[in-house]
Design a protein around this ligand. Structure first.
Ligand code: MG
Length: 253
């Protein structure tokens, strides 16, 4: 009986070590929980690079006149970004005093950290034509900057994901909304699922199903120690977290 327990423990430990060796850390909206940083700021991107996380996530929206900006919320000072000209919002200050970054500036800065994967989230736009145009412009900009291999795409918008499959068939593309099975995702030509960890808690079998189909598994936004540990044990490929320092310590255990 004791031998059996020891054996089980060893199997569990081996599983944990293997899984943790594979799990990579993505800083959610960059590494912002530190001095001088702010969510989605250029500084947060630089801090991710310095911290040597695997990836740094950020959010992109397109203004009415076609400027791509890095911002999480749809609204800035009450203006809906997709219906507003860049001129009206360009002076918006972030919490660390930086002004609203353009995608172009963000990519240029990201290029200085070639080992850092840039996880580009395309936010849902209400106008679907505008959203499709945003996808096209984003993809072309990434291509022109020769950053195809450094940028991965994610979106809650299924339309945006489908457009990405068309515009960037070579790219890593993951869907965020949690309502489609790995099989459905694979059929649509995407390369991964990126679901809230509570979805994966309810359907832990999706990790294996995704892997069997050759898809990657990312989970958001995993901040608590217990949640981080449980997701690492489940063998997810990526952890998206506001606490990248804690997560790095755990995956390097
Ligand atoms: Mg995001």
């Amino acid at each position: 009986m004791r031998l059996k327990s020891l054996f089980c423990f060893c199997v569990m430990l081996a599983g944990f070590l293997t899984a943790s060796a594979q799990t990579k850390v993505i800083a959610h909206r960059g590494y912002w929980k530190c001095e001088g940083s702010a969510q989605n700021s250029i500084t947060a991107l630089q801090k991710s690079g310095e911290l040597k996380v695997w990836g740094s996530e950020f959010d992109v929206l397109m203004t009415s006149d076609g400027k791509l900006v890095v911002n999480h919320d749809d609204l800035i000072n009450g203006y809906r970004i997709e219906n507003t000209k860049y001129e009206k919002i360009k002076d918006k200050k972030m919490k660390n005093g930086e002004t609203l970054p353009l995608l172009e500036q963000y990519l240029d800065e990201g290029k200085k950290y070639p080992d850092l994967v840039l996880v580009l989230e395309i936010k849902p736009h209400k106008n679907k034509k505008h959203e499709a145009k945003a996808v096209e412009r984003i993809v072309r900009m990434v291509e022109e900057k020769e950053m195809k291999d450094q940028v991965h795409y994610i979106s809650f918008s299924l339309d945006a994901c489908k457009e990405l499959v068309k515009q960037a068939p070579y790219a890593e593309i993951a869907y965020l909304n949690g309502d489609l099975s790995p099989k459905e995702i694979e059929k649509m030509g995407m390369t991964g699922i990126d679901y809230q960890y509570k979805v994966i808690d309810k359907r832990p079998e999706w990790v294996q199903e995704a892997h069997d189909l050759g898809l990657t598994v990312n989970v958001w936004t995993v901040n608590g120690t217990d949640d981080l540990e449980r997701m690492i044990r489940l063998g997810v490929d990526y952890l998206t977290t506001d606490n990248p320092v804690d997560a790095l310590e755990m995956v390097h255990f």
